[in-house]
Structure formats: structure tokens, C-alpha cells
Write a protein that binds this ligand. Structure first.
Ligand code: GP9
Ligand code: MN
Length: 636
């Protein structure tokens, strides 16, 4: 055995097989991929192979065994880091990392407390293939210890095999999922079908395409988008339009708040007593069928949507990738209508590129962490606790010229939902998910903070002259906690239908002094917030290049599109590529969803086009006209 010589490329073969198996096993245990049939399972196992054959295959170009081995080892380490990066990212975001997000390293610094929740010592197992490769290099003596020339014929055959594997993979994927690469708003589908490694290559390609898109755009694309926007415009509700003109507007972004906690008990404890009271109060419109539409950009996406009534991007956070674009934000519009505009958020300015994009939004001032007194006592988790945040914010507000429009971004109810014992008013929930268990406590803390804020604001002259718009920014409990969630909701298990419905976030428009408000159960999304609020203030939106619709309008359509192409209407829910009956949650014929699928894709594509092409630079929002250059192009 000792003198046994292994064939020349044994190490290469070991590396490919080891990394292949590791990758496939990682898919199985670390990602929650919805595998529906044997073919999908086969594709999942097949998909790392083409890339691994390709990338490890460059070893064939090295003549010296030593150099070859060094190449193989380096490659395995890099691939290990990429895969593990995905695993860690997935644990936090329940999604796959994209290039733009990867370069937002400034964000990861602030993930401090969360990081400990995310990594574990057992994660070293994700690098097991490297150990195997090293051992193979040590023990498997090959016949080519010195120099060897690989026949170019062999190389050609080898790479043909790699290409053939890719073609097979793509072919099978295409049968399972037509238009996979052309209409891919859903990263899970991509990873499922072409694998993480190919997915990253694809992502790089898309990223360069979007940069090119801006360079090549001349605005003519806007004609089509603009026609669509005009065709979908709804009439304003005359009874509400301008009813509260001149009042200050206070937007409150309620971190990670989902609707499933509203008017509910957790083990006999009311979760949100203050908000519950508002749901039935004649001075408050409670929107109980409102959904978040955010993607990877989370809070920042929700800000983007509310400001622009456009979607964030399917990949990465638009705050980063397109912070320098031309926008006609809600803040800018409010500014043009005499408002002083502001954001309050006790975090550093550059976090999520806020300082940059707020300039593009024409927001006059940003009270960041520097405006607040933050110390160990008044901080938890990600920073300043919501109660002191609101307290100090009221003081800041008192110094603002009126009317003002401000957005307050809360923080305490953020993953991993940690809270000092003294701030815990209700016990933890009792499931296997610590995250969900703690969530109820931090939600309760938010509820108390809001109550306190209202009380403090009432002591100033601001309250009576304001409207307060509160909305959940995005989900707080990801699908990783479906089991615990099912327990809380008293269900056997959660279907794609349930998960889609869980994306509901509460919204409140609180109008001091008003007496005619009722709960509103129309289906709406965050894109609808901007026209709804602007109309209450008497500001027209008919010239805006935007995709929202006033929820108070008689013509408002019960249709909300999620960033990944899922949608909800009053008849159907489309999720996980299945069409469900909206009331029963039972699967129905896909035909019932088909027309909406088309529309959802069209809207998402238009939104992407506007952002990727930076098209609003060709649009004059005061006249509602495309600028001269475009018109000439059109006339030709
Ligand atoms: C941090 C806040 C939270 O500034 O925006 O970000 P999130 O993780 O919710 O997107
Ligand atoms: Mn958030």
C-alpha cells in the first residue's frame, strides 16, 4: 500500500467530489429551500458540479504538482468562505447574499450583537472538504510527483464535460422553471436551480448589466412606464383630499412589527395594548390589510418605498446601489409645499448610506446618533432604546419649524430582540424559537414607547396640529421560525399562503381631533402610503412617476405585489408558485392568478427600469412631461 501510486489527477478528483458533497449537504441542512419533487432534488444535487468542474479544472494548466495542489487548496478555501458567507447571511436575512450587499461591509460592523447569535463553533464543519483535500495531498502519492504536461486534448475534453454539465443543469432547470434567468426576482429559485456558485456569477453579470443600463438609458423607456402609471391612476377621494392640509406629519417606522401581534394575546398576555386601543379609535384609521414590500434592504427599502412609491431592488439594497440617482421623493414634494423635512434615527449617518440618499431625496435635516444622548444605561441591542429615543425626539421636534414632516425610525424591536430585564413587561413566549419568544417582549416594549411618545407629544403644541402615520417596516420573524410560528398561530404547519399573509404589517393614521375614522380592510402595500398621506394634506400626485394608489380612493384596487413577485388580492394569494384561494388558503387553478402574475412582473420591471436607468433624470415632475431630449427621440 505504501508504494501505491494514485492516478495523476486523483487530488483534483477528491477536491471536486469533497466540495461537491459538502455543498449539496449544505443546501440540505442550512438553507430552507422549498423542494417539491424528485427532479428539483436532482437539480439541487447536480447544480454545484458544473462550476466546481470548471473552477478546479484550471489545475490542469499547472505543470508542477506543487503549484497544482496549491491552486486546488486556495480554490477550496475561497469556495468554503463563499459558501459559509452565504450560510451565515442566510441565518440572519433568510436570503442569499448579493454583490451589492456584500460590499456594504459598513453594515456588518454594526451587526455586533447579532453576530454571536449567528455563528457557532460547529460551523467549522463547513470547511471539512478542505481538511479532506489536505489529507489527500498528504497521503495520496500520485504518479506525477514532479513535472507533468497535461495533454491539451484531455483539457479540452474536460472542459467540454464541465460545459455539458452546465447545459444539462440549465436545461433541466428551464423545464422546472421557465424564464428562470430572465425574470428572476426570487433568489431562492436561482440558488435552487443553478446553485450558489453559479448564482454569484449570474449576480455579477446582472450587476454589470445594471451599471451599463444607466449609461445607455436615454429616457425613452419612460414613455411606456409613464403610460402604465397614467393608466393605473385612481381618482382622489374628495371627502378626504386636503382635509388635514398644513398639519405636521410624523411618520413612525415601527421596527419589525408584523400584524399578527395586533389584537392578540400571548399565553394570556395582551401584546400591544396601546396599539389595540388605536385600532378602534375614531381618531385613527387602522389599516388591517397592509403589507410590507421590502426586499434585502429591509428598513431602508421601506423608507425607499414610502418616499418614492417605487419598489426597492430585487437584489441588494437600493439605498446603496442607487443612492445618487435623481428622485422625486415625498420629502422633496413636501418641501416644495412648504414643509420642513427631517428624519430622526439614533444610528450613525452613513449606516445604510442614509446620509447620501437623503441628499438625493432632498431631506433637509437628519438627526442621527449625534443628536441624541446615548449611553450604556439607555441603550440595548442595536443602540438607543425606543423610550429615550422618543423622549429626546420630542425635544428635537419642538425646535423644528412648522409645518414639518419627519420620519422616526425605531430600533429596539430588532433581531435578536434582546431587552433588559427591567424593560420586560411580559414573559417570553414558550416555543423552541428563542427569537420568537423574545419578540413578544420587545414588541410590547415598542407599544409602551409609542404610548409614552403620544403622552409627551400631547404636552406640546405639536400634537393637535399633526397627523401621525405609523407602519411596520418589514417582517420581524423570518421563515426560519415557521415551526414556532405555527405553534403560536395554532396551526399544524405553515404553507406558502400562510407565510405570505404573515407579511402583513400594521399601519395607523392617527389624526388628533378627528372623530370619523374606522378600521380599513382594503388590501394595500407600502407603495400606497405616499399618495394616501399626500392627498390628506391636499397635495396632488397625478404627475408623479410612482406606483402607489391612495387607499381612501373609491377606485383603490385590492392588489398588493411583493418584491419577489408574490401577491395578494381579495380573491387569490400567489406564493411559492402556487395560486391559493384568498379566503380558504386552498390551492386553486393557476389560471386564476395568471393575469395578476403578468401585472406583478410588469410593475416590478418598470420599477427596476426607473431605478437602474436612473430615468427620473429625464422627467420633469412639475409638468409631468418627459424632458426635451426624450421627446425629440420619441418624435423621430
Ligand atoms: C438600522 C435600522 C435597522 O439603522 O435601519 O435596519 P434593518 O436591519 O431593520 O434593515
Ligand atoms: Mn427594520
Amino acid at each position: 500500500m505504501k508504494d501505491r501510486k494514485w492516478p495523476i489527477h486523483s487530488i483534483l478528483a477528491v477536491a471536486i467530489v469533497a466540495t461537491w458533497l459538502k455543498t449539496a449537504i449544505t443546501y440540505e441542512i442550512s438553507f430552507d429551500l422549498n423542494i417539491e419533487n424528485a427532479m428539483q432534488h436532482f437539480i439541487l444535487w447536480l447544480n454545484p458540479l458544473s462550476f466546481l468542474l470548471f473552477i478546479y479544472g484550471f489545475a490542469l494548466f499547472f505543470k508542477k504538482a506543487k503549484a497544482r495542489n496549491r491552486y486546488i487548496l486556495t480554490t477550496s478555501v475561497i469556495l468554503g468562505l463563499v459558501l459559509y458567507g452565504n450560510v451565515a447571511f442566510y441565518r440572519f436575512y433568510n436570503d442569499f447574499v448579493t454583490l451589492p450587499v456584500l460590499f456594504q461591509t459598513s453594515n456588518f460592523g454594526d451587526l455586533g450583537t447579532s453576530a454571536a447569535e449567528i455563528v457557532s463553533i460547529f460551523d467549522l464543519l463547513y470547511f471539512l472538504d478542505i481538511v479532506i483535500i489536505i489529507l489527500a495531498m498528504k497521503w495520496m502519492k500520485t504518479t506525477d510527483m514532479e513535472t507533468v504536461r497535461v495533454d491539451s486534448q484531455v483539457r479540452r475534453m474536460y472542459f467540454t464535460l464541465s460545459a455539458a454539465t452546465l447545459v444539462l443543469n440549465l436545461g433541466l432547470a428551464e423545464t422546472e422553471r421557465p424564464q428562470l434567468l430572465t425574470r428572476s426576482f426570487d433568489r431562492e429559485l436561482l440558488v435552487k436551480n443553478i446553485g450558489t456558485y453559479n448564482y454569484h456569477l449570474y449576480d455579477i453579470y446582472i450587476q454589470s448589466k445594471s451599471s451599463a443600463q444607466r449609461a445607455l438609458a436615454d429616457g425613452s423607456e419612460l414613455v411606456e412606464v409613464s403610460n402604465y402609471v397614467k393608466a393605473n391612476q385612481v381618482d382622489v377621494n374628495e371627502n378626504m383630499f386636503g382635509e388635514f392640509a398644513g398639519r405636521n406629519v410624523i411618520f413612525i417606522s415601527m421596527e419589525s412589527l408584523q400584524s399578527f401581534v395586533i389584537n392578540e394575546d400571548m399565553n394570556g398576555h395582551e401584546i400591544t395594548p396601546f396599539l389595540n386601543e388605536l385600532t378602534n379609535s375614531p381618531d385613527t384609521f387602522y389599516f388591517n390589510n397592509m403589507y410590507h414590500q421590502t426586499g434585502l434592504g429591509k428598513t431602508s427599502d421601506s423608507e425607499f418605498i414610502v418616499e418614492n412609491s417605487l419598489f426597492g431592488l430585487g437584489r441588494g439594497a437600493v439605498f446603496f446601489t442607487h443612492g445618487g440617482n435623481t428622485y422625486n421623493s415625498m420629502s422633496e414634494k413636501l418641501g416644495e409645499n412648504g414643509y420642513y423635512t427631517n428624519v430622526m434615527h439614533a444610528n450613525s449617518r452613513s449606516f445604510w448610506n442614509r446620509d447620501m440618499i437623503y441628499q438625493s431625496f432632498n431631506i433637509e435635516s437628519f438627526d442621527d446618533v449625534e443628536s441624541y444622548d446615548v449611553n450604556d444605561e439607555n441603550s440595548v441591542n442595536w443602540g438607543l432604546k425606543d423610550k429615550p429615543f422618543f423622549e429626546q425626539s420630542v425635544e428635537l421636534m419642538e425646535n423644528m419649524p412648522q409645518p414639518f414632516a419627519t420620519r422616526m425610525i425605531t430600533l429596539t424591536n430588532h433581531f435578536p430582540f434582546t431587552l433588559d430585564v427591567t424593560d420586560q413587561s411580559i414573559p417570553e413566549y414558550t416555543s423552541t424559537s428563542g427569537t420568537l419568544n423574545r419578540y413578544f417582549q420587545t414588541v410590547r416594549y415598542m407599544d409602551e414607547s409609542l404610548e409614552l411618545f403620544f403622552e409627551q407629544l400631547k404636552e406640546t403644541d405639536i400634537y393637535d396640529n399633526s397627523i401621525i402615520v405609523m407602519y411596520g417596516d418589514h417582517y420581524g420573524i423570518s421563515e426560519n421560525h415557521n415551526k414556532a410560528m405555527a405553534q403560536f398561530l395554532n396551526k399544524e404547519e405553515l404553507t406558502a399562503y400562510d407565510v405570505a399573509k404573515l407579511q402583513s404589517v400594521p399601519m395607523f393614521i392617527h389624526i388628533p381631533g378627528y372623530t370619523e375614522a374606522q378600521p380599513i380592510d382594503k388590501i394595500a402595500g407600502q407603495v400606497d402610503i405616499r399618495p394616501t398621506v399626500l392627498h390628506l394634506l391636499g397635495i396632488e400626485t397625478d404627475k408623479d412617476m410612482q406606483l402607489g394608489s391612495d387607499v381612501f380612493s373609491e377606485e383603490h384596487e385590492n392588489f398588493v405585489i411583493f418584491r419577489d413577485g408574490r401577491f395578494i388580492t381579495d380573491e387569490v394569494v400567489y406564493a411559492g408558485e402556487v395560486c391559493y384561494d384568498a379566503t380558504t388558503g386552498e390551492p386553486v387553478d393557476i389560471a386564476a392568478c395568471q393575469p395578476y402574475i403578468e401585472r406583478a412582473n410588469t410593475e416590478l420591471e418598470y420599477s427596476d427600469q426607473i431605478i437602474n436607468g436612473d430615468l427620473l433624470r429625464f422627467y420633469d415632475h412639475t409638468t409631468g412631461q418627459l424632458t426635451g431630449e426624450v421627446l425629440t427621440a420619441e418624435d423621430e
